[in-house]
Each structure stands twice: as C-alpha cells, then as structure tokens.
Design a protein. Structure first.
Length: 395
C-alpha cells in the first residue's frame, strides 16, 4: 500500500510590494467591526513599520490596541500577559506584525483566546505528548492576519509556533493545522530597512528550513521537492545581494519569496536536528534564532551526509550551481562548503565561542536538545551525546 501524503498549505496569502496596505480591508472581510489587537515588538515600532498597519486599519474604520512587548525569543510570561490584555480589549481579530517572534506570539494568543480562560500557553506544548491540552478549533479562535517583517521564518504560512519557558530555558513548540494564520500579507517592502546582520541571519534561517525539509525523513509530500530546490536557489543568488545592498528591491522580493517557500516546505515535511540544537542556543544562550540555525547548519549537514548523500548533492547544485559536477559524495560535501561560504560572505560568525556560548553550557544545551522533537525527522539518527559532540565541534 502506498503512503498517503499530507500537505499543509497556508491560508489566503497576498504577496508583493504594498500588500501591507490591505490589512484594514482584510480585517473587515474577516469580520472585524470595531477593534483589532496588534501584537509586535519594540524594534518594529521604532523602525516605523507599525505606522502603515495602523493607517490601513484607521482607514477601514477600525481601532487598534497594540501590545509591543514581545521579546526576541517570545516567552510564556509575555504571551500569557498579552492574552490577558487581549481578552480585556474586546478585539475581534489579531494582527501579528514582525519576524517569527511576534507571529509565533500571535498564534499563541489565538490559541489562548479560543481555549478556556484559565489555560496557559505552556499547557499546549507538543512535547507534553498525551498530556498536551487540545487545541481549540478554528471557529473557536479569532481570525489572525500575519505580516512578516523579515525574510526568514516563514511563520506567516506555518501551523506552529515556538515559545520559551524562561524557568527551564527550554523552547517549546505548539500548534497544528488550525493555527495557520487566516491571512498572510507578505510585503517585501517591510524588509527594506532591515539591517545587514539581521538580513543575513534571517536569510540563513530560511535556508535552514529549506535544506532540513529537503532531507527530512518525512518524504511523503514529494511534490514539494521542486519548490524547495527553487527556494534554495533563490537564496544562493540573492542573499548576498540583499545583505550588500539593503535597498535592492528584487533581492528583497526574492528573499521574501524564498522565506515563504521555506515555511510551506516545513509545514508538510518538518525539520531536523539543526533546529533541535538551534532552539537551545536561543533558550540557554539567548542567540537570535536565525543566527543559531546558521551556526549549527554546516555541522549538522556534515553529520547527516551518510543519511542523505544524493539529496545534499542536489542541494549543492541548487545553492551553488556548477558545470563541473563531481561524484555524489563530492557534491554532497560541496553543499556543506557552499553553506559555510555563504555565511562568510554575509559576515556571520562560524564558531559558538564567538557569540557568547561557553563550553560549560554544552551539557545543558544537549540535555534540552534531545527533548526537542525536530530531530525525529533528521536523516541520520542522533543521540544526546552526539548532540553534545556537535555543539563542541561548532564551539
């Protein structure tokens, strides 16, 4: 009997320059009549990216209540606090504006708004297994509009979010098909002011999504292969340019598209051990998620080679095409070097010791990483001790 493939496609998506201006009209279409709740962070407000959102909502006759206290890695405390404010506001719809952190927070707020008032977001953590609190249904949750301001996570088109438990320094995934944003407004113009360092880190996050999805053991949605390789190729051609020339409109558009493709890819194919390791670098050492992904990606790819030689060989051709094609083994190894070369070109560090991680953190990093379920679809089986060795190798 053949395997039945499941595809999780995004909700309605508007892509292109100027898409942010549609937020007011889309909110009205989704049933908002009086007030919406905007969740974002202070950096987005300082960059002036909240203004076009508020202008569009005002033009549509809608008031907005803004919560801008989402940290770089959203925490259970911040989400639970925002949920209480959301309930008191009487808002009919959520607008999540920002990178993956505010959008993940928006998904968490939707979840809490649709569940019982006493629920906490930690109760929805997927790692709880049979003890996890069931997700509300779509009709129980308020609609959500996601507006990304980085080309990295693809969170605007994925069904999950990640929230950090501060006490345990542990990142916890939550969500399911019901939490895919109702509408995504993907406007490359929102990334034109993104600084080079963040452009590089978020771009490498998108690349990690695409590569991990491509080599995932969850191969049943095979029709995604061409889409994934297309996204990898776009990053190979345009990330350097977006970093070197931040106002380059085509580069920004191509990177935003690659990021969205990465989100679609991981929604159906899942991820791998790179994310199991990267999540802990954010939870324990407070690294930016994209930077954490970038730093462990070459190490994980090298470790994974025996489990996905042919697929990594295709990654090499997508990311750094050449007419001088070597053996499958050579091409797979070239994929690892192509990722490292890209990191060097966009001026990202390669060693954990250079970003504040200490050797003393490695045992805790490994202990937490094995609890992170992303490694379960890694192309090579991995243990807690191997994770510790990979952290040490990257150190």
């Amino acid at each position: 009997m053949s395997t039945i493939a499941t595809y999780y496609w995004p909700g309605q998506t508007q892509f292109g320059y100027g898409a942010v201006q549609l937020v007011g009209a889309e909110a009205k279409t989704l049933g908002a009549r009086r007030k919406v709740f905007v969740v974002t962070d202070e950096g987005i407000v300082a960059a002036g990216l909240l203004q076009p959102v508020l202008a569009s909502l005002t033009a549509a006759g809608l008031a907005a209540e803004v919560f801008d206290q989402i940290p770089t890695n959203p925490t259970t405390t911040a989400v639970d606090t925002a949920a209480a404010q959301l309930r008191e506001s009487g808002a009919e719809l959520i607008v999540a504006l920002g990178g993956g952190s505010p959008i993940d927070a928006g998904k968490a707020l939707r979840t809490l708004a649709g569940g019982p008032p006493e629920a906490k977001i930690a109760e929805y953590a997927l790692m709880l297994g049979d003890e996890v609190r069931p997700l509300p249904t779509v009709p129980q949750m308020p609609p959500m509009i996601a507006i990304p301001t980085t080309a990295g996570t693809g969170a605007e088109v994925t069904p999950w979010g990640v929230i950090t438990d501060e006490a345990r320094k542990l990142k916890m995934g939550f969500g399911g098909p019901a939490t895919i944003p109702t509408v995504a407004l993907v406007d490359p113009g929102m990334t034109l002011t993104l600084p080079p360092r963040l452009t590089a880190a978020t771009g490498m996050d998108a690349l990690t999504h695409l590569i991990e999805a491509y080599v995932s053991t969850n191969m049943a949605p095979i029709a995604l292969d061409a889409l994934i390789l297309d996204g990898i190729g776009r990053i190979g051609r345009f990330l350097r340019l977006a970093v070197a020339q931040p106002a380059h409109r085509q580069a920004r558009e191509e990177m935003m598209l690659a990021s969205m493709l990465g989100g679609i890819a991981i929604s159906s194919r899942w991820l791998g051990a790179a994310h199991s390791l990267a999540h802990q670098l954010s939870g324990v050492a407070h690294l930016h998620h994209g930077l954490a992904c970038a730093m462990v990606l070459p190490t994980i790819m090298k470790f994974n080679l025996p489990g996905a030689l042919e697929r990594y060989a295709r990654v090499a051709q997508a990311l750094a095409p050449t007419s001088q094609v070597g053996s499958v083994r050579h091409e797979a190894e070239r994929a690892v070097m192509a990722v490292r070369d890209l990191m060097i070109d966009v001026n990202l560090p390669l060693r954990l010791r250079d970003v504040g991680v200490t050797e003393a953190m490695i045992p805790e990093l490994a202990d937490n990483a094995i609890l992170d379920l992303n490694w379960t679809t890694n192309p090579r089986a991995i243990t807690r001790d191997q994770m510790a060795a990979l952290f040490q190798e990257t150190y």
